[in-house]
Design a protein. Structure first.
Length: 186
């Protein structure tokens, strides 16, 4: 007989089953004291019109001013390239990911292609782009730092001890190379 068998059964208390955050209602003192206000003071935003992938319509949104200026400097093809690079990089880091309903088809693709083939194509284009970046002396790592990890161009320039604007120039060259690789004209 073990020690646990001799102990009487105590049902778990209802306090353990209750969500500890359910009654959290912070009281912010003074004006401009919400976390959003504090963040706005050190990283201001501006209203922008955003074109979502595979859509012709523009949507209103808020974007950090630094990100908005960089994004506005890109052509629509470069913006699509940036989205594809970030998606492929994230996909490689996470694996195949989840598909909610239909495992045989990606929305917007022809019915003959399955999800694993589309992922393989996306990753092969990414790998080819990374190899061409090395041949053309474009820093793949700096481009990924900006697009995937969200580091600012100024911070990368400072950390790598580069001339101001080097990261931005590298990013634009990398995006143009990706556009050329995909056959997207400027």
């Amino acid at each position: 007989m073990t020690v646990d068998e001799r102990r009487p059964f105590d049902p778990p208390s209802t306090d353990l089953l209750k969500d500890s955050w359910s009654d959290w209602k912070p009281v912010w003192t003074g004006k401009k004291r919400t976390p959003q206000d504090i963040q706005e003071s050190h990283s201001p935003t501006m209203k922008v019109a955003v074109r979502l992938e595979d859509e012709k319509q523009m949507h209103k949104s808020q974007r950090r001013i630094v990100d908005a200026r960089l994004w506005a400097a890109m052509s629509p093809a470069q913006q699509d390239a940036a989205i594809e690079i970030a998606s492929a990089f994230e996909m490689m880091g996470r694996g195949m990911g989840y598909v909610l309903s239909n495992w045989q088809r990606i929305p917007g693709c022809s019915g003959q292609s399955n999800i694993s083939e589309a992922h393989a194509r996306m990753m092969s284009v990414y790998m080819e782009w990374a190899q061409k970046c090395a041949k053309k002396k474009i820093s793949h790592a700096m481009t990924v730092d900006v697009l995937c990890f969200g580091f600012s161009c100024r911070m990368i320039d400072r950390d790598r001890r580069l001339k101001n604007g080097s990261t931005r120039e590298n990013l634009m060259r990398g995006l143009l190379l990706y556009c050329d690789l995909r056959g997207w004209g400027e």
